[in-house]
Design a binder for this molecule. Sequence first.
Ligand SMILES: [Zn+2]
Length: 353
Amino acid sequence: MPWLVRHEQEIYRDLLNPDERKNIFAKYIVEGMLRGDALSRYQSYQLAINNTILTPNEIRELEDRNPVEGGDKLFTPMNMMELGATPPTPAPAQGSQSARNWSDQAAIETRAQKASDDRRSLMNRNVRLFEDAVSRVVTRETNAIRKAAKSKLGQRSAAGFETWLEGFYKQLREWFPDYFRNIMLTYAESIMSSVADELGNEPVELNDELREWIEGYLTNFTEVYAVGGEKQLRALLAESEGDEDAETKINARMDGWEATKAGKTGFEQAFEAGNALSIFGYAAAGVSLLQWRARGESCPLCRKMNGKRIKIGNSFFDAGDTLEADGVDPLPIVRKIKHGPLHQACDCVTVAG
Ligand SMILES: [Zn+2]
């Protein structure tokens, strides 16, 4: 627009006296006339900001606008943030322009929020499937244990019962994965679709690699379940005073398992497997950063984790770490944590960062 510039210079030269020229200059406001150009200008600015070429204030100067507070920093985009750093929570816009408005932080936050809401509701819809499967396992498990406790401990043979127990859990490891395999395969497809929706790409197929991963997951889940059950029963035997007492205690524990184990383990698995599968999907899609997402109503510990980022493949916690938050007891971390759940009934999810 050379003629616009010439006009501006003529106005400056011919219509202003030397004193006025110190404070006043002429400039056409062409934005409204050139909306298309403004859009491409803003897109260039966005690129300049994202690639740390210009600061928001340098761009404001190009646009003949006054600088804003905080606008002199070269902005590091969210996906380039220091690993493990907590991103600032988007504050309500202050004034007409804040530095953040120039960034894509808000867009990333909106996408992460939507992804975590969608993922959490998908996981919640699958809790029932896992619960039903665990419930069938628990029925088979408790029936066998009650029967063995009656026959072995009834004959005052604590040693016989312990031997039986060892054999039983060895067998359980064989049949346990069969109760969950189909659920995991279906669940994997749903999670891969959800990840693809979030990333806007094609879902990862249920290929050999994913099937193998699921088998590995099931082996691990089986081990945790079997070890946990056997350990509890051995502890009961150890603290019992005589076989009769042992049988009473074991039956009481079976009542407890029948009442709560399916609900507890089913919920936990929907989130454990769901998050682990999501991360498989992110890795396959080449995502490099993961983000922890808690709901607003979550416990203070989980809320503190909200928005925390790690590089994919790393963990949010290592064994020996402690998570602290105001108003609650610190949570000692006993194992590597790559995703939620962080504790019982935790519905935190992991999305792309
Ligand atoms: Zn949580």
